[in-house]
Write a protein that binds this ligand. Structure first.
Ligand code: A2P
Length: 344
């Protein structure tokens, strides 16, 4: 029996990508249902190359009519709707931060901790809710997992260069409109971003916390610990840059065991979800522009950190709408389907 799959937030940057990814990967769906706010009800969205779906209103949808729901409709909506959907027996895979740190909600990157999926089921103490991590965390833990298994990652320092699509479709529009406006001398009026995003870099994603870090930076630490290993120490500095799609990260790791550049390169090369492009030449590394539309986490610029005993530095780039959001959610849905799990 196939699954009835709903996508909540189907008009958004991630929601559209979820529909695209479900179609591209031939997810075993008997039925796909597109949902958004009542403002969008009746409009159409594409599903794959040929199909078009009519959008339904999320607040009127009965989740007894779906087996799996991919949510990308924001944290507030998720908090209100996902528990009800779960209680109706639908397995919710939520892209917001609403449930990520809840003990009864598995936080999953399939290459790293696929086996936690069954904890989502009520029979195992779950609420039929599975969380998808923050986009910057998802690509990072894919890279860290094989390194941790082999060399024991003790500490990570990471600086991010994050695309505007991570903040949704309206944020991409803000970059586009500001960029165009600057060429014709229009005054810049930040709306979603705190400062001008066009031709700029903003070291402020999500709100400030008491210790001076931002919530985005905190999420990278807390989520890496939950997904990979609570013993890993991680400090992050997150920056929004004027790129539409593709998050980049400069990653500095310190490990228990010694490692060589060659061993790291070979290990990452054979690891799930990773493509290594690493030549010391003009074309020998990947930029976000090239990662957009791709599924892989790309690793480049692997080099030894000469300032500590067991240290390595690398550059990690991925399409934040795919591995950071839609693809990871669909991979979780595939795990649910492969294991034949149902929430009711
Ligand atoms: P809509 O387009 O109808 O507002 P993004 O992350 O790109 O900003 O997209 C957010 C998605 O979440 C959109 O599909 C948006 O639908 C949907 N959404 C936002 N608020 C609600 C809500 N209260 N109920 C249902 N869907 C919502």
């Amino acid at each position: 029996m196939g699954y009835r799959v709903a996508v909540a937030g189907a008009t958004g940057a991630v929601g559209r990508e979820m529909l695209q990814t479900l179609a591209e990967r031939n997810f075993p769906a008997d039925k796909v249902i597109a949902l958004a706010s009542s403002r969008s009800a009746g409009r159409e969205v594409s599903y794959g190359e040929d199909d078009v779906l009519t959008i339904g209103s999320l607040d009127k949808f009965d989740f007894a009519d779906a087996d799996i729901a991919l949510f990308s409709a924001g944290g507030d909506t998720a908090k209100e709707v996902a528990p009800k959907a779960g209680a109706a027996g639908c397995i919710v895979i939520d892209n917001s931060s609403a449930f990520r740190m809840d003990d009864d909600v598995p936080l999953i990157v399939p290459e790293v901790n696929a086996d936690t999926v069954e904890r989502a089921l009520p029979a195992n103490g779950g609420r039929n809710i599975i969380a998808n991590p923050n986009c910057s965390t998802a690509q990072l833990v894919v890279a860290l997992k094989p390194l941790h298994d082999k060399f024991g990652v003790r500490r990570v320092v990471v600086s991010t260069y994050q695309a505007t699509s991570g903040a949704g479709k309206a944020a991409m529009d803000e970059l586009f409109n500001q960029t165009r406006g600057i060429y014709v001398n229009d005054p810049v009026q930040p709306e979603l971003f705190t400062k001008q995003i066009a031709f700029n870099a903003i070291p402020h994603i999500d709100k400030f916390l008491d210790d001076g870090f931002t919530k985005e930076e905190w999420k990278m630490t807390a989520e890496t610990k939950k997904i990979l290993d609570p013993a890993i120490e991680l400090v992050a500095h997150c920056v929004r840059i004027p790129v539409f799609i593709g998050h980049s990260e400069a990653v500095f790791i310190e490990t228990e065991k010694p490692m060589t550049e060659k061993a790291v390169r070979n290990l990452l090369r054979e690891s799930d979800g990773i493509t290594v492009i690493d030549h010391r030449a003009d074309e020998g590394y990947v930029t976000p522009h090239e990662a957009a539309g791709e599924d892989a986490v790309f690793i480049s610029r692997i080099r030894k950190d000469p300032t500590i005993e067991n240290g390595m530095v690398f550059w990690c780039v991925s399409d934040n709408l795919r591995k950071g959001a839609a693809l990871n959610s669909v991979q979780i849905a595939e795990l649910v389907a492969e294991r034949g799990l149902y929430g009711r």
